[in-house]
Design a protein around this ligand. Structure first.
Ligand code: NAD
Ligand code: LMR
Length: 338
């Protein structure tokens, strides 16, 4: 599970690439929501998805009927609230964007009380119906919901750490877009490893590791502003939406991008490496057993967890601020299931 760092990263590829013919059934839990709808549309366009199963407590059959008219080969089925088990039957990948989003003034942790039980109950259903499925958790607070899913699967005796992922791709997408703006380069030339977790100070962009030489020129106040924008990009959207929710479209893009990376790995493509929040040995000695870092995706899911590599002194400080907060979030998730 542990390997030396390579420079090949899935994040710099186009949204959908395909390398082989094995296709996959993917289920979206929360498909009727702000993320779920555009995510379902994007997954319908992924050539590696053969069958798309859309579930929500409201509206999924309508979304499925709509998306099913898109002229790509995959079949689409919608499932109403009482048909969760049917939605999960035979699925290999489950994407979970179910749950409430933030309003201005809220932290992601403020969503815990509502979303923890939603995610736990959905994870229990996956454990019962499709215990070998790969699970991609989008619902916030990701730093806690991923441990909740892990503990729920563990309780059911079916937890495999290689098959559980917190989707932190939106942080990577933002880091790339924002760094490109600051340096006047292309996002495809700004591949930023973002490590840690998914909330404010737990989001740690490693700008010193970006290959683009212009990134090294971002110093002083510009560096601080860029890091802040990457860490608090979510708040920017929550504020602009003014009570109507949080990022949905960019999140759907990021979710589809991560799902495609996983599907390529499952299909046997080599060198698919991207940051994701997984059960990780990197800081286990500090009592932090989930962490996002560059992960190689392969036929079984998590293939290798890469070390974080050399950090600048500024990044060391960011990591120092990340770890205690992340630990607290993870413990809260575990305690909820225990
Ligand atoms: P939304 O309210 O628009 O949609 C959520 C959907 O979940 C709704 O359709 C709702 O009916 C459904 N739902 C609720 N309980 C359910 C259950 N038990 N089973 C199935 N479906 C259920 O919210 P949204 O904007 O789509 O955001 C969803 C979640 O994603 C939020 O928690 C948000 O904070 C999170 N999010 C995460 C990231 C990330 O980077 N990981 C980015 C953006 C948003
Ligand atoms: C994001 O980063 O946009 C999401 O986590 C949603 C949020 O609450 O900010």
């Amino acid at each position: 599970m542990f390997a030396a760092r390579t420079t090949l990263r899935a994040t710099s590829t186009r949204l959908f690439s395909t390398s082989s013919a094995r296709h996959t059934k993917v289920t979206v839990l929360g498909a009727g929501g702000g993320i779920g709808q555009p995510l379902s549309l994007l997954l319908k366009q992924d050539p590696l998805v053969s069958s798309l199963s859309l579930y929500d407590i409201r509206g999924a059959p309508g979304v499925a009927a709509d998306v099913s008219h898109v002229d790509t080969p995959s079949e689409v089925n919608g499932y109403a609230m009482e048909h969760l088990d049917a939605a999960l039957e035979g699925t290999e990948v489950v994407v979970i964007p179910a749950g409430v989003p933030r309003k201005p003034g809220m932290t992601r942790d403020d969503l815990f009380n509502t979303n923890a039980s939603i995610v736990r109950d959905l994870a229990a259903a996956v454990a019962r119906v499709s215990p070998t499925a790969h699970i991609l958790v989008i619902s916030n607070p990701v730093n806690s919901t991923v441990p909740i899913v892990a503990s729920t699967l563990e309780k059911a005796g079916v937890f495999d750490p290689a098959r559980l992922f917190g989707v932190t791709t939106l942080d990577v997408v933002r880091a790339s877009r924002f760094l490109a703006s600051v340096t006047g380069t292309k996002p495809s030339e700004c591949d930023v490893p973002v490590i840690g977790g998914h909330s404010g100070p737990t989001i740690v962009p490693l700008l010193s590791q970006v290959a683009n030489s212009k990134a090294k020129g971002v110093q002083g106040e510009s560096y601080d502003k860029l890091v802040y924008r990457i860490q608090f990009g979510g708040d920017e959207v929550v504020k602009a939406k003014d009570g109507a929710g949080s990022a949905t479209l960019s999140m759907a893009y990021a979710g589809a991008k991560f799902a495609n990376a996983l599907l390529r790995g499952l299909n046997g493509e080599k060198g698919v490496v991207t940051p994701t929040f997984v059960k990780s040995p990197l800081f286990a000695d500090k009592g932090i057993d989930f962490f996002s870092s560059l992960v190689e995706l392969g036929v079984n899911g998590v293939e290798k967890i890469h070390p974080i590599g050399a950090l600048s002194s500024q990044e060391e400080k960011l990591l120092e601020a990340c770890l205690p907060e992340l630990k607290k979030n993870i413990e809260k998730g575990k305690a909820f299931v225990a």
